[in-house]
Design a protein around this ligand. Structure first.
Ligand code: SAM
Length: 336
């Protein structure tokens, strides 16, 4: 197999792959999904074997960090066998990190096995510590199993990072409670600016937009907030709170501030490769996977051809009328 590493036209090595293993989820977070989602027919999804070939192909081309996401990755049947397959790349040293982003609902069940396979960190999405509000925002979720999942992960030795979508009028009043809780429990915390997705009235959508610049200004009312300049190989920027020593991350998907160092691509659960979060150009990797089940040459060629088209940066904002449709289509298969 060809081994020259993947480098895009702007000299950025592609070392981070985010792969969605399912479009299904056991929650229906209102900013993410419609309550009555039409999920894809099973034959459209990559099988676990195809996902293995695809990820192994990327790893052979220089990907060193693999993040498994969804939908909810831990509701995919047989998902542990996929993690087991990927763990072989940790053992050989080809992969530095195997990790996942989860809503935490199934984590109590999987934490020990994931830790035993070499997963070291897990991102858990959690927007509120209030059980009633949790049920409201996730529509179908319950808070307690998620908290239990987080405890199980910690017991198993996994480092937990909490991802919180900043929602005006929803978790504004919990800003300090979330920071304090993460500090006390030893979890990292990253805030994500909400993107225009899900199914809700446009008015509600605008009302929920809480810019992270405002959130940061609120933090500064109680803490000394210092920019750290650190990067973790992902899209977050970090600040430190002098008083507690905590590091907080900020992800602002709608701004351009991390394009220049972009090392990442994402693949949907149907094998569509997106080279940039903010642009629609994609490449079908399922066709080459299925055309030659015993030969990955066509897959590797398709990956290389796509990376040669990776754009310099993304290009969208709230003011563009067509954005919401574009993002829903894009994200419903990539799983954020
Ligand atoms: N089910 C997993 C989870 O809950 O983490 C993985 C998929 S989920 C789509 C990945 C992340 O995207 C979650 O942190 C979620 O909160 C975030 N997300 C979903 N919709 C979003 C939106 N409209 N704006 C910003 N982040 C969003």
């Amino acid at each position: 197999m060809e081994t020259a590493p993947l480098i895009d036209p702007f000299a950025r090595p592609i070392t981070y792959l985010r792969v969605s293993v399912t479009d299904r989820c056991d929650f229906r977070c209102s900013y993410c999904m419609a309550e009555h989602m039409q999920f894809l027919p099973k034959k459209e999804l990559l099988t676990l074997e195809e996902l293995d070939r695809l990820c192994t192909g990327f790893i052979g081309l220089g990907v060193r960090k693999l993040r498994v996401t969804g939908g909810e990755p831990l509701v995919r049947r047989g998902i542990l066998s996929f993690f087991t397959a990927m763990a072989r790349h940790l053992e050989t040293g080809a992969l530095d990190e195997l990790t996942l982003t989860t809503n935490g609902s199934q984590l109590a069940r999987f934490a020990d096995d994931l830790a035993a396979l070499g997963v070291r960190r897990v991102n858990v999405s959690l927007d509120t510590l209030d059980a009633t509000k949790f049920a409201e925002i996730t529509r179908w979720g319950r808070l307690e199993p998620v908290l239990e999942g987080i405890r199980a992960a910690t017991r198993a030795g996994l480092r937990v990072k909490i991802n919180t979508v900043a929602l005006k009028g929803f978790n504004e009043d919990e800003l300090f409670a979330l920071v304090d809780w993460c500090g006390a429990e030893g979890h990292d915390l990253t805030f994500i600016e909400v993107m225009p997705m899900g199914e809700m009235g446009e008015e509600q959508r605008l009302e929920q937009y809480w810019p992270l610049t405002d959130l940061r200004a609120r933090l500064a009312e109680r803490f000394t907030v210092t920019e750290t300049g650190e990067r973790s190989g992902g899209p977050a920027r970090y600040v430190r709170l002098t008083e507690t020593g905590q590091r907080l991350g900020f992800i602002t998907p709608l701004s351009h501030n991390f394009c220049e160092s972009c090392n990442r691509v994402r693949v949907t659960c149907t094998g569509e490769l997106f080279m940039c979060l903010g642009q629609e150009d994609s490449a079908d990797l399922r066709a080459p996977l299925r055309a030659r089940p015993d030969d990955d040459a066509a897959l590797i060629a398709a990956i290389r051809a796509a990376i040669a088209r990776k754009p310099k940066g993304h290009d969208f904002d709230y003011s563009r009328a067509h954005v919401s449709g574009q993002m829903s289509r894009h994200m419903s298969h990539t799983g954020g």
